[in-house]
Design a protein around this ligand. Structure first.
Ligand SMILES: [Fe+2]
Ligand SMILES: [Fe+2]
Length: 432
């Protein structure tokens, strides 16, 4: 890929950032605009310079631009959100064009945004833009897939309901069909992790245990996928997660007096129930028995000192803990994902498997880049990149402790600055 293309994209991203962050009187502002003009003039000297957006990636001619260019994610987002298919920059490109273009790329995207009109009103004349045709088909396809995902989820809920009833009556259940659905969800995780993970937040007041089990399965599969388990292993892991609390179905969960007994007994009762299932795979039985034991033996049932739970039990224990932390308590209060992550990382020194917990956190992410956080000294920052510690990513401080916007954002590594991230903030609350 050509140096000039990299130069233009980098300059464009820098100019966009600078015009958002600095007032026009700031030297960095003028510098960034000038940088863009120079880069475009060099690139478009012989022929117009064109950037194309296709299926989630930016291209210059036929070369795809690397994802890790500085500002690339923001540029890709700017193209996609404004439905820009291609952007041509022409030889006469000057300061007015640079300023107008960066301003328009920073406007809030939406159905009312007319990019062409906005460019024209700013006197931009050396930029030509083509928009994506309305791709209803693509959107329909995505909707169809989401619909199918939800269908699979609901199928699992009803299969689980039937299996629970059967097993509680002392029978066995045929899980052949359930394995197929679990495999389907595992496959979709590979394609669209975000969509499947988003489903794991589904729950209902009634049959909360069925939703709990299905969500634990999604988290367990996410960890299993990141570990590179083969398909067969994923299915077995997913089924074991679905059935980990099956022992509870033998009890009357509405009876509060039984709560302690259910808590302590459901692992062994579950193992007994699952021991009746036909088939070679005994993972689900082991998981039911071991999922509350803890790596350090602090849980239950009791076990010999040198006993090590099955890897699936250790993985599902993490998924189970995370699900329990993020689901609302009886008062409707749930922990935010970042706090739940902090908590399970803490527990990784005790009951939870340390390595699997770290991999789990890596797979689901704590603070995605771009997320807004409050630091322990009350300043507000944007997550700017990942460091070695998932809890202390690199941040850019944009507001001081009184909520006043900084003229010059400060990049910092929280551990060096001896601050921590105390919460994730909703950008709408700050009207950014
Ligand atoms: Fe349990
Ligand atoms: Fe559970």
């Amino acid at each position: 890929m050509s140096e000039t293309a990299v130069g233009v994209v980098t300059a464009l991203a820098q100019a966009r950032r600078a015009t958002q962050l600095y007032p026009p009187t700031h030297p960095s502002f003028a510098e960034a605009v000038e940088g863009l003009v120079t880069a475009v003039r060099a690139a478009a000297a012989a022929a117009p310079f064109t950037l194309n957006w296709h299926q989630g990636r930016l291209y210059h001619e036929s070369a795809v631009l690397p994802d890790d260019l500085p500002g690339m994610a923001a540029m890709a987002e700017a193209f996609e959100a404004r439905r820009i298919e291609s952007m041509g920059l022409h030889a006469g490109f000057g300061e007015t064009d640079a300023l107008g273009l960066t301003e328009v790329l920073a406007l809030k995207p939406g159905p009312d945004l007319d990019v062409d009109a906005e460019l024209a009103s700013r006197g931009v004349s050396n930029v030509s833009i083509q928009f994506l045709a309305d791709d209803d088909e693509e959107r329909e396809e995505r909707d169809r897939k989401r619909e199918a995902d939800r269908g699979m989820y609901n199928q699992l809920i009803s299969m689980l309901r039937a299996a629970q009833a059967q097993m509680a009556r002392g029978g066995t259940a045929d899980l052949g069909h359930a394995s197929g659905v679990v495999a389907g969800i595992a496959g979709r995780l590979g394609e669209d992790q975000a969509a499947i993970l988003a489903m794991a937040t589904m729950r209902a007041k009634t049959e909360a245990d069925l939703f709990h089990s299905t969500n634990v399965m999604i988290y367990a599969l996410t960890l299993g996928t990141s570990l590179g388990l083969p398909d067969e292993g994923l299915t077995s892991l997913g089924l074991s997660a679905l059935l980990h609390d099956i022992g509870k179905s033998a009890f009357d969960t509405a009876d509060e007096h039984q709560a302690q007994a259910i808590k302590l007994m459901h692992p062994s009762v579950g193992a007994q129930i699952l021991g009746r299932l036909p088939g070679e795979d005994k993972a689900s039985m082991l998981v039911a028995y071991e999922h509350h034991m803890g790596m350090d033996g602090s849980g239950y049932p009791e076990r010999p000192a040198d006993y090590i739970p099955h890897p699936y039990s250790r993985m599902i224990a993490i998924a189970d803990r995370y699900e329990n932390l993020t689901k609302p308590d009886p008062f409707g209060v749930a922990q935010t994902p970042d706090r739940a992550v902090v908590q399970i990382l803490r527990e990784a020194r005790g009951p939870l498997d340390a390595l699997f917990t770290r991999l789990f956190v890596k797979a689901i992410g704590v603070f995605p880049v771009g997320c807004l956080v409050r630091l322990s000294d009350m300043r507000v920052a944007v997550v700017a990149g990942h460091g070695n510690d998932a809890l202390l990513p690199k941040v850019r401080v944009i507001y001081d402790e009184n909520g006043i916007e900084l003229e010059e954002p400060v990049e910092l590594l929280p551990d060096e600055a001896q601050v921590t991230i105390i919460e994730v903030i909703d950008p709408d609350a700050l009207a950014l």
